[in-house]
Design a protein around this ligand. Structure first.
Ligand code: PMP
Length: 420
C-alpha cells in the first residue's frame, strides 16, 4: 500500500516544494558558512528610499522600483493617511455591493484622460489585473499571443481563461507576423499581449509596431505598462505618450499602482463599455474580491498629481539612468541586451556567483537583488539595479566602482550550487 503522508505534510514530497526547500537550505548554508547576510526577504525598517535601514545599518538601495521616489514622497504618504481617516482601513466589501468610494472614480477618470480612452478601472493588484482581465475576456476557442518574455501574471491569465497561448520572439515584429500568419485563422478571438518595458532585461517594447501588426490580423492588443508608466513619455504617461499613439491603438492599457506611482494596486484603461463590463462581471478584479484599500487609491492619486506637476522627476530619472549605464559600460560590465533604461541587468553568469556579488555588495552597504532561474535563463543570472530619480551622482558612480571590483572577485566562486 502507498505510504500515507502525515498531517500538514501532504506536499512535503511534491517535486516543486521539495526543490524549493533544498534551494533555500543551500542559500541558508552558504550564508551561514560565509557569515554574509542573506539578501532575500531582508527586513527593512524604513521606507523604500534610496537609502534604507536594514541589518542594523544603512544600505544604498537599488532593489526598489520606486522609479520617481513617490512611495515615500510626503504628499503621497499624507494622502494615504487622509484616505484612511476618511474611508477607513478597508473597503470591507466588493465595489459592486458596498465597497464603492469616490476616490476610485476620481483615479479612473484621470487614468482614462491620460490614455485618451473612454474609461478605466482600478484594482487591488497588478498581478490580479492581468490574470482576471485575460481570464474574463478569453475562452477555449481563443488565443493569447504573447511576447516570449511576458510577465507570469499574463501566463496565469491564459490559464484562467483556458485559452491557447503562443509566444513570439521577444520584441520581434517579424516573429509576431509569422505566428499570426500561421495561427490566427485557427481561433475565434486573438489577443496580442506585450509590455512597454521588460523587467528582467531593460528592453523597450516596440508597442506601436507590434500593435499595428496585430491590427492587420484582426487581433486585440493589451499592453502591460507596469514598468513603463511613470518612466516613458515626457510626462511619464507611458508608451502611448512616448510613441505618440492614439488611445484606441491598444484595446487594453494595463498598469500597476505599485511601481512608479508609489502605491499598491493595478489598473486598466480602454473602451468604456469594455471597462464597464469588467467592473460588473470580471472575477478577481471587480467581482468576488474586495475593493482596493482607500489609502492605496488616495496615495496613487497623490502620486499621479506629483507626476503631473513635476515632470522634472522623469527627466531626472533619465539623467541618472544615462549616467549609471555609462558608468557600468565604462567599467566593462555586461548589461546583456538592455537598452539603457532605468532597469539595469548586470549579468553575472552562475547563480552562486550572482549570489556572491549580491551578498558582497550587501556587506559593503549596497542592496541589489540577484535573479536566477527560472526567472531568467540559466547562464544569464544577474543582479538587477533599479535607478530612480532620487539617486545621487555620487551614489551611482561609487556603486559602479564597487560592482566592477566585486564581479572580478566573483570569478573565484563556482558558478552553481552543485559544484560547491
Ligand atoms: N506586470 C509586470 C510586467 C510586472 O513586473 C508586475 C510586478 N512585478 C506586475 C504585472 C504585477 O504588478 P503588481 O506588483 O501590482 O501585482
Amino acid at each position: 500500500p502507498k505510504k500515507r503522508r502525515g498531517p500538514g505534510r501532504q506536499f512535503a514530497d511534491h517535486p516543486e516544494v521539495a526543490a524549493a526547500v533544498r534551494k533555500w537550505a543551500a542559500i541558508d548554508a552558504l550564508s551561514e558558512q560565509s557569515g554574509m547576510a542573506n539578501p532575500l526577504f531582508l527586513p527593512r525598517n524604513s521606507p523604500n528610499d534610496t537609502v534604507i535601514r536594514a541589518l542594523d545599518t544603512e544600505l544604498l538601495n537599488f532593489s526598489a522600483y520606486n522609479y520617481l521616489g513617490l512611495a515615500n514622497h510626503p504628499r503621497v504618504v499624507e494622502a494615504a493617511k487622509r484616505g484612511l481617516d476618511r474611508y477607513g482601513a478597508s473597503a470591507a466589501a466588493s465595489r459592486i455591493v458596498a465597497g464603492e468610494i469616490p476616490l476610485y472614480g476620481e483615479l479612473e477618470r484621470r487614468l482614462a484622460d491620460i490614455y485618451q480612452v473612454g474609461d478605466a478601472m482600478v484594482t487591488t493588484s497588478g498581478y490580479l489585473t492581468n490574470a482576471g482581465v485575460i481570464g474574463f475576456l478569453l475562452g477555449e476557442r481563443d488565443v493569447a499571443i504573447c511576447d516570449a518574455l511576458i510577465h507570469g501574471s499574463v501566463v496565469s491569465g491564459t490559464q484562467w481563461a483556458g485559452c491557447r497561448r503562443i509566444n513570439f520572439r521577444h520584441n520581434d515584429p517579424e516573429s509576431l507576423r509569422q505566428v499570426l500568419r500561421m495561427s490566427r485563422s485557427g481561433f475565434d478571438r486573438a489577443l496580442v499581449v506585450i509590455e512597454g518595458h521588460y523587467s528582467m532585461d531593460g528592453t523597450v517594447g516596440r508597442v506601436d509596431e507590434l500593435a499595428a501588426i496585430a491590427r492587420e490580423y484582426d487581433c486585440a492588443v493589451m499592453v502591460d505598462e507596469a514598468h513603463s508608466f511613470g518612466v516613458f513619455g515626457e510626462h511619464g504617461f507611458g508608451m502611448r505618450e512616448q510613441l505618440g499613439m492614439a488611445g484606441a491603438d491598444v484595446d487594453i492599457w494595463m498598469g500597476t499602482l505599485s511601481k512608479a506611482l508609489g502605491s499598491c494596486g493595478g489598473f486598466i484603461a480602454g473602451d468604456a463599455d469594455l471597462i464597464r463590463a469588467m467592473k460588473a462581471s470580471a472575477p478577481g478584479v471587480a467581482m468576488l474580491t474586495g475593493g482596493p484599500a482607500p489609502s492605496n487609491i488616495s496615495a496613487a492619486l497623490a502620486g499621479l498629481e506629483v507626476l503631473i506637476e513635476e515632470p522634472q522627476r522623469v527627466a531626472r530619472l533619465w539623467d541618472n539612468t544615462r549616467l549609471f549605464n555609462a558608468a557600468l559600460r565604462d567599467r566593462g560590465i555586461d548589461l546583456g541586451v538592455s537598452e539603457g533604461t532605468p532597469i539595469c541587468p548586470v549579468i553575472v553568469p552562475g547563480e552562486m556567483r550572482a549570489g556572491f556579488v549580491s551578498a558582497t555588495l550587501l556587506q559593503r552597504g549596497v542592496y541589489a537583488g540577484a535573479i536566477s532561474a527560472p526567472a531568467v535563463p540559466i547562464g544569464k543570472e544577474r543582479l538587477r539595479f533599479f535607478v530612480t530619480s532620487e539617486h545621487t551622482e555620487q551614489q551611482l558612480v561609487s556603486t559602479a566602482d564597487l560592482l566592477a571590483e566585486t564581479i572580478a572577485a566573483a570569478e573565484q566562486i563556482p558558478e552553481h550550487a552543485a559544484a560547491v
